[in-house]
Design a protein around this ligand. Structure first.
Ligand code: IVH
Length: 665
């Protein structure tokens, strides 16, 4: 093997492994900067030696030049749809039909959530992803292979040693709600129309002729079915999906095998409760006869199998009336028109407000005060107005006019170049101050238990606090000034505030509420920088060198810390005792710059402890051996990795060698 070829093979294997650890296991063992360096090296090598480019190269994840049209793909086994059950009677009738046909007293079902995205088929030939196609009309779909390859959770090559010649894996491509919200936010700032729901966003992103656009959209995938399998992968539906897990897919965590229809009905109720807590949308559950032999006996109808059914959740759309439209000032000063609705029950929750996003959206919907409207509640997204029923107008409807001044502080508003939103630019506007503090105290930020929205509003209105740092100066006597504040409640709140001083550093960054810095981005940033202070000293180049950090986040971070008020705020937080814990920092540099692979069973440390020790000492632990590996630590029963290390001439250590060196410093 030529050197370049060996290096390419090593890098492909290693980078795919890091991808798997990052996206599937949520357990990365390499810094983003390091990942990027390796990616760039691979790109460079592939450019010099295109003949060695592998079909599972991670460089394919960035997308390919645009197509003119999609070609079509025939599904070897038709992609069916599902019959629906809309209530308990219908699901019981389904179970009765099956029991009768099979002459059984009860049936084992595999239950899954019904994901609201779009169905696709992935064909793997000898373990390599060959084609990705949409469902289309069930028989013929569109070939979206380059787009599919950009989805990080879809393996380009299946894991494992012996691969069936052909495996068709089917499942749903979805967009998670936070990613959907971020995408729409960005689109509205760029003047593009928002997507109506995550499903449309997922479909629109996947059906792009330019896969480089798909690569920028956060899509994910869960497998739940199959087409052609050249060999048997199990006796039950559940077993087959477990096999997909061992191939390197992420399996939806709500998949359950349940005995009898009563348990299925309970599962349905539990999922209705959970529905709005998930970060992706589901619109029901799917109930499948688990045993494949029984499935075969039951057979299919023209469009749907007899052995499966979708048990839908109650509707999430209703009609109501817009009583009024108010202008609400958010955390960043953006002024959002909000429709005040006649309260209506949508899928079990009373809705009395819906966002209208911005002026353009009001225009697009042609919404007026007094209009009858169809509203929709989806996942944890704020209820939305889908459509105005203009046919029901009686002429008394009134248009909404955007206020010329901030409705809260009365100062001037501005339309920022390139953005749709109109903003109040007064940073001390009480509305903005309150929203920033609410965000800071929220569960996912500093998690100050008991400090709810109402209390924060009172604190600000009474002049007790003007920013988040003031929270840490509050005293019991201040709190007792508030109406109906009992001694004990005041103490509890103060305790909760004190306790929040020791959250992790990434939460503090998230809590500060920089634009485009959500929880995930905050975590990425605080892995690259040891503290918010370190981050405040960085520049755009350094930031964009981090994997997953784009120019938009970089600009936002830089401009936040360019403002002296923000630096001052951070400084005050620290002086008042906010000393958050670091995410992780090397404690010394014994293994600085060295890459380790652990293989076999260690006796004195767990694999995780060993990896942590390496990181504490400034090194990295990866899971596959390549030319970049410095040391391979072998435990009992080490297999192919030890052999490969020997072949590549990499230094091999025993567990004792490792512990001894780790202690030398
Ligand atoms: S199974 C033969 N399982 O629902 C059964 N479908 O109406 C074929 N869907 O086109 C589908 N979650 O887009 C199945 N866990 C799940 C699903 C699921 C969502 C969608 C899929 C399909 C549609 C059928």
């Amino acid at each position: 093997m030529s050197n370049a070829k060996a290096e390419i093979t090593g890098l492909v294997e290693e980078l795919n492994d890091h991808n798997y650890r990052y996206y599937i296991l949520d357990d990365p063992v390499i810094s983003d900067a390091e990942y990027d360096r390796k990616m760039r090296r691979l790109e460079e090598l592939e450019k010099q030696h295109p003949e060695f480019k592998s079909p599972d190269s991670p460089t394919l994840r960035v997308g390919a030049p645009p197509l003119k049209v999609f070609s079509t793909v025939e599904h070897a086994v038709p992609m069916l749809s599902l019959d629906n059950a809309l209530n308990k009677e219908e699901i019981i009738a389904f179970d009765e039909r099956i029991k009768r046909a099979l002459e059984k007293s009860h049936i084992e079902y595999c239950c899954e959530v019904k994901l609201d995205g779009l169905a696709i088929e992935l064909t793997y030939i000898n373990g390599y992803l060959e084609t990705g196609s949409t469902r289309g009309d069930g028989t013929t779909g569109e070939d979206v292979t380059p787009n599919i390859k950009t989805i990080p959770v879809i393996p380009l090559k299946l894991q494992g040693n012996s691969m069936p010649e052909r495996v068709d894996i089917r499942g749903e491509v979805i967009m998670r709600t936070p990613d959907f919200k971020a995408l729409n936010q960005k689109r509205s700032e760029q003047g593009d129309p928002p997507f109506a729901n995550p499903r449309n966003a997922a479909a629109g992103s996947l059906r792009q002729l330019d896969s480089r656009i798909t690569a920028q959209r956060a899509l994910t995938f869960f497998p739940y079915g199959y087409g052609v399998l050249s060999e048997s992968l199990g006796m039950t539906h559940f077993e087959i999906v477990q096999q997909f897990k061992s191939y390197g897919f992420k399996i939806n965590s709500f998949m359950r095998v349940l005995d009898g229809i009563d348990k299925v009905i309970d599962y349905h109720s539990e999922m209705i409760e959970l529905r709005n807590k998930l970060d992706y949308e589901i619109d029901g559950i799917v109930v499948k006869v688990n045993d494949l032999t029984l499935q075969k006996k039951l057979g299919i109808r023209s469009k749907s199998p007899r052995w499966a059914i979708a048990y839908k959740f109650p509707a999430q759309q209703e009609t109501t009336r817009i009583k009024d439209i108010l202008a609400q000032v958010g955390r960043t000063g953006a002024i959002t028109p909000v429709a005040i609705l006649e309260p209506v029950n949508v899928g079990g929750v009373t809705v009395s407000r819906a966002t209208l996003h911005n002026q353009d959206e009001i225009k697009r919907l042609d919404a007026k005060i007094g209009d009858r409207v169809i509203i929709q509640r989806a996942g944890d997204v704020i209820p939305q107005i889908v459509k105005v029923i203009t046919e029901l107008r009686d002429g008394t409807e009134k248009p909404f006019h955007f206020p010329p001044l901030c409705p809260v502080c009365g100062k001037k508003v501005e339309k920022i170049e390139g953005e749709v939103a109109i903003r109040c630019v007064n940073l001390s506007c009480p509305a903005q101050v309150k929203e920033r503090i609410k965000h800071f105290a929220a569960k996912r930020a500093m998690d100050i238990d008991g400090l709810g929205d109402k209390l924060i509003e009172q604190f600000v209105d009474q002049g007790l606090i003007n920013d988040v740092a003031d929270l840490y100066k509050l005293q019991k006597k201040d709190l007792l000034k508030l109406e109906r504040m009992a001694d004990k409640s005041a103490e509890n709140i103060l305790d909760a505030i004190q306790e929040s001083r020791h959250r992790t550093e990434d939460r503090l960054l998230y809590a500060l509420g920089l634009r485009f810095v959500g929880e995930h981005v905050a975590r990425i940033l605080l892995k690259a920088f040891s503290s918010v202070e370190e981050l405040s000293k960085t520049n755009k180049e350094e930031l964009t060198a981090i994997r997953e950090i784009g120019p938009q986040v970089a600009d936002s971070v830089v401009s936040f810390f360019e403002q002296p008020e923000n630096i001052k705020l951070l400084h005050r937080l620290r002086t008042y005792g906010v000393q958050t814990k670091q995410l992780h920092v090397p404690s010394d540099d014994t293994f600085s710059g060295k890459t380790f692979v652990f293989t076999g069973t260690l006796e004195q440390l767990s694999r995780k402890e060993a990896q942590e020790l390496v990181e504490q000492k400034g090194g990295r632990a990866t899971s596959s051996v390549s030319t970049n590996t410095d040391y391979v630590v072998v435990g009992a029963n080490a297999g192919s990795k030890a052999t490969k290390a020997r072949e590549l001439g990499i230094e091999i250590w025993s567990e004792n060698d490792f512990l001894q060196r780790a202690q030398q410093s």
